[in-house]
Design a protein around this ligand. Structure first.
Ligand SMILES: [Zn+2]
Length: 180
């Protein structure tokens, strides 16, 4: 499934512009191409592109800060920021380069920040069967900055914790320090 150039021309007309004016002639083709990248989700409900590695049981918490871009499902406007992912391994870790892939996989479909946070936490929990998982997202939403409440620079934060990140105060605190 893809956006068609005709869809884009119709949108340009609907917002009161002229899709035949010189500046816009190439636009439909560009938007089709951009959408194919921005919404390049696989359609799969689970993330499958990873390998697991065995580790010692006393391995420390794994933390990664990953920049992300996504589109909000309410307005199809960008929201973007940083995902901080942490987990306390039990016996397995996921290859480090795969955590950004997991974030991209989750972000390349229209979503809301809460849903994105939960999806990443759920998938990571499932994949590494960790003692605990924590995901924090700090993001700016163009639908809140360019329209609506019109508050430029506002940051929205969401957090989902699972397992020992809920119960172990020290670990929780360690994670909060990584976030701020
Ligand atoms: Zn929105």
């Amino acid at each position: 499934m893809q956006t068609s150039e005709e869809d884009v021309r119709r949108l340009l007309t609907a917002i009161g512009d002229d899709p035949t004016r010189p500046g816009l002639i190439e636009t439909p083709a560009r938007v089709v191409k951009a959408n194919a990248e921005i919404f390049a989700h696989t359609g799969e409900t689970t993330f499958t592109d990873y390998k697991l590695f065995e580790v010692a049981t006393d391995t420390d918490m794994v933390v990664a800060d990953i920049p992300f871009y996504s589109m909000c499902e309410h307005h199809l406007l960008p929201f973007f920021g940083t995902v901080t992912v942490a987990y306390q391994p039990k016996q397995q870790v996921i290859g480090l380069s795969k955590i950004p892939r997991l974030v991209d996989w989750a972000a390349r479909r229209p979503s809301v920040q809460e849903g994105l946070t939960t999806l990443i936490a759920d998938e990571l929990s499932r994949i590494v069967s960790a003692e605990g998982v924590a995901v924090h997202i700090s993001a700016r939403h163009m639908c809140m900055e360019m329209r609506g409440i019109n508050r430029p620079g506002t940051t929205t934060t969401t957090q989902v914790t699972r397992g020992i990140f809920k119960t172990d105060a020290m670990l929780r605190q360690e994670f909060q320090q990584q976030v701020h």
